[in-house]
Write a protein that binds this ligand. Structure first.
Ligand code: 13P
Length: 287
């Protein structure tokens, strides 16, 4: 069964660790993330962007596939299926399709419209027992063709959105999706502290988890971050392992062209990356 992310995030916040959101792209990704969480007795959130949802043949397919994988392997750790950077319409479609958690990213709207739309979606999610993430201050980099500048969120606006009753809040603190450029200034802990001071107990979300140095991850967790999103790093591990398999002529040996063989090194590489993240974020053994 897929569960809301509320309880796992509150436990993480209180226990000073973070739950990983691992973005998924297909069956191999989903299986790798779920099995690794189960092996390490860790909670996990599976993130699905609108583009990935479309790629995987629609939100209903994603719900069916994910729930069936959980059932097939008798998974006992909490698994949440979460829409990543959802539009207003996308959030409604995922709620309808059976996601257990959604993010409504209204960061590009003026704050009044972000408040209005977030309020409506909070009402729907609360009535159905789903968790909901909101965002203030856009995250930099590119995701599904949307390019954000990597703003630092306004702490007062964060409080305004947090007070609407969302489960978790993503606040821009200079983080960027994708690989960080060599001249990246690092996370703004000053912003994170100011946001935390305004929003109190609200679990905070750190997007752009790929490539953030370990010391910054640990400091962010100590300052109230309870969920960290990772996408690009699994894509890079998958691509590197697949490239190696082909370059080593793995597909030309025996039945190495069989997709179940060809995709296996990439699958194992995703598992290794997820293991590394769950260990770094401190959620191992916390299911
Ligand atoms: P990365 O691709 O940088 O890991 O970011 C993932 C993310 O924040 C998804 O919302």
């Amino acid at each position: 069964m897929l569960v809301s992310a509320k309880e796992m995030l509150e436990k993480a916040r209180d226990g000073k660790y973070a739950v990983a959101q691992i973005n998924i792209n297909n069956l191999e990704w989903t299986k790798a993330a779920i099995l690794t969480a189960q092996e390490l007795n860790s909670p996990i959130i599976l993130g699905v962007s609108e583009g990935a949802g479309k790629y995987m043949c629609g939100y209903k397919t994603v719900v069916a596939m994910t729930s069936a994988i959980v059932e097939n392997f008798n998974v006992t750790v909490p698994v949440a299926l979460h829409l990543d950077h959802g539009s207003y319409e996308g959030a409604k479609a995922c709620i309808e399709a059976g996601f257990s958690s959604v993010m409504f990213d209204g960061s590009h709207y003026k704050i009044a419209e972000n408040v209005e739309k977030t309020t409506e979606l909070v009402g729907i999610c609360n009535s159905k027992g789903l968790s909901i993430e909101a965002e203030v201050g856009s995250i930099g980099g590119e995701e599904d063709g949307v390019v954000g500048a990597g703003e630092c969120a306004d702490p007062d606006e964060c409080k305004q959105i947090a007070d609407l009753g969302v489960t978790m809040l993503a606040a821009g603190i200079g983080n960027i999706h994708g690989v960080y450029p060599a001249n990246w200034a690092g996370l703004s802990f000053e912003t994170l502290e100011a946001v935390k001071a305004k929003v109190g107990n609200m679990p905070l979300v750190l997007h752009g988890g790929t490539g953030i140095p370990e010391d910054m991850i640990k400091r962010a967790i100590s300052l109230g971050v309870a969920k960290i999103n990772v996408n690009t790093e699994c894509q890079l591990s998958f691509a590197t392992a697949t490239r190696k398999y082909i370059e080593d002529s793995g597909d030309l040996k025996g039945k190495g062209f069989d997709p179940r063989k060809l995709l296996n090194p990439g699958f194992e590489a995703i598992k290794a990356t997820v293991k590394e993240k769950l260990t770094l974020f401190g959620s191992v053994g916390k299911a």
